[in-house]
Design a protein around this ligand. Structure first.
Ligand code: ASP
Length: 440
């Protein structure tokens, strides 16, 4: 039988109604064997996530204040699920244990982890699956860094003889046995680690959207969903600001060559976005997967006659940036010109020193910094096998009177990067989207 790992996020498990949907999804396919659960999330936009309630409750306890009302509000969130679904579970003794912990020596990570812990216990009881505690199989080193080998082995051994299990997301344990959490949203990482350890056929990530969108919906109205995308394309898009999964959650499954499917708990009939090493087939029309972009870049333009004849010029110039701990993002060059595109977060701290060093060491004929640059990435593997995408992008920008400040295409032709003035950013994204997605 195939083996799927299915992770359900906080909004998917926010209340009894959502629990029911999740159980229906799991029971619909017996291959959904290992379930990773988040803590109950928001039930509406003005609601509070249980994880945030737990942090607030911890704050009260650690300041010596009365934490009981905060803890009983947390109890109530779980009680609603338990009593509505008539789950046979001893919630009161679990809450009692937490209260005891809080009155002795409260620990922040322990407290935060109780959302995933209790929700997974409830879900396991509801489904009739075994509960496997992440503290017993996900291991961090003494510095709080994930111990990959010990974790891979720990999960593998814990699940080896178990057909169906629920594992809480978000936490594991330190060498001394105490609880340690990932950063916020970390249940995605747990899901990915479980999928890798059990050599899953698929890592399903169930959330409240039907997958990734081909452009930022705050800029483009109703952008098309992405039905399939490769890990390479995903990386390009997320690097350029598309909000998808945390890199740490993608890495384990990508490396183990396991496909990931982002799905919507509230619309299980949608296929969502399938992320894999290769596209199932390159659909002929699908040249571009998506468009993403970011503001906040600068380009340092250096011009010097006969630059092309000077061996080591580029290395020298880049070394100045490296010395000041500034990464370069792109490097468009001409015969006698080179522009180093950098992100302002890093560049602004060392700007004057870098300019001084370039002037003194390279003595360029001209040196100029272009600020307020936005970069836009048009990403798609299909571009390498087809003609005309770049032309359509340029025409669209010209038609909407956007001045292109920079163009860079990686040698693998997976992306085209375009630099525009920040003021033109939204117009540029909209016009590129229209040209590539709406005129097919
Ligand atoms: N519950 C945790 C959070 O709210 C982790 C997660 O849901 O992934 O960040």
């Amino acid at each position: 039988m195939q083996k799927f790992v299915a992770k359900f996020g906080g909004s998917s498990l926010a209340d009894a109604g959502q629990f029911k949907k999740v159980a229906d999804i799991i029971k619909a396919r017996p291959c959904r064997r290992y379930i990773v659960a988040s803590a109950p999330g928001k039930r509406s936009s003005d609601d509070i996530k249980v994880t945030d309630m737990l942090y607030a409750c911890y704050d009260k306890a650690s300041e010596g204040e009365d934490f009981k009302p905060a803890l009983s509000a947390i109890r109530e969130r779980f009680n609603e699920i338990m009593s509505t679904l008539e789950i046979d579970f001893d919630l009161d003794s679990e809450i009692e244990k937490i209260a005891e912990h809080l009155s002795t020596n409260p620990d922040k990570d322990y407290m935060a982890s109780r959302g995933e812990y209790l929700n997974s216990k409830l879900l396991a009881a509801y489904l009739g699956f075994k509960f496997i505690d992440a503290a017993d199989c996900i291991h961090f080193d003494a510095n709080g860094r994930l111990d990959n080998d010990a974790t891979d082995e720990g999960i593998f051994i814990a699940l080896k003889n178990i057909d169906y299990a629920v594992i809480p997301g978000f936490y594991g344990s330190l060498p001394d046995g105490s609880i340690h959490t990932f950063s916020r949203g970390g249940s995605d990482i747990t899901g990915s680690l479980v999928a890798r350890a059990v050599r899953a056929d698929m890592y399903e990530n169930w959330t409240d959207v039907s997958g990734m969108l081909s452009a930022d919906p705050r800029i483009v109205e109703n952008p098309e969903p992405i039905d399939a995308i490769t890990y390479r394309e995903l990386r390009e898009l997320s690097y350029m600001g598309a909000s998808v999964m945390h890199e740490a959650a993608v890495f384990p499954v990508r490396k183990a060559n396991i496909s990931m499917n982002i799905r919507n708990t509230n619309r299980p009939e949608d296929n969502g976005t399938l992320i894999s090493a290769e596209l199932p087939r390159i659909p002929r029309k699908r040249k571009v997967a998506g468009i993403a972009g970011k503001k906040g870049f600068s380009a340092v333009l250096v011009e010097t006659p006969s630059m092309n004849e000077e061996i080591g010029f580029g290395a020298h110039l880049l070394n100045i940036f490296a010395r000041h701990n500034v990464n370069f993002e792109h490097l468009p060059t001409g015969i006698d010109t080179m522009s180093v595109v950098v992100h302002n977060d890093e560049f602004s701290k060392a700007r004057n020193d870098i300019i001084d060093d370039i002037s003194n060491e390279i003595e360029p004929e001209s040196l100029y910094v272009e600020d307020n640059l936005a970069l836009i990435a048009v990403v798609g593997l299909g571009m390498a096998y087809s003609r005309g995408t770049a032309a359509r992008v340029m025409r669209a920008l010209a038609d909407s009177r956007v001045n292109i400040k920079m163009i860079d295409q990686g040698s693998t032709e997976i992306n085209i990067i375009i630099g525009v003035d920040e003021a033109d950013y939204e117009t540029a994204i909209r016009s590129i989207y229209k040209a590539l997605f709406e005129n097919d």
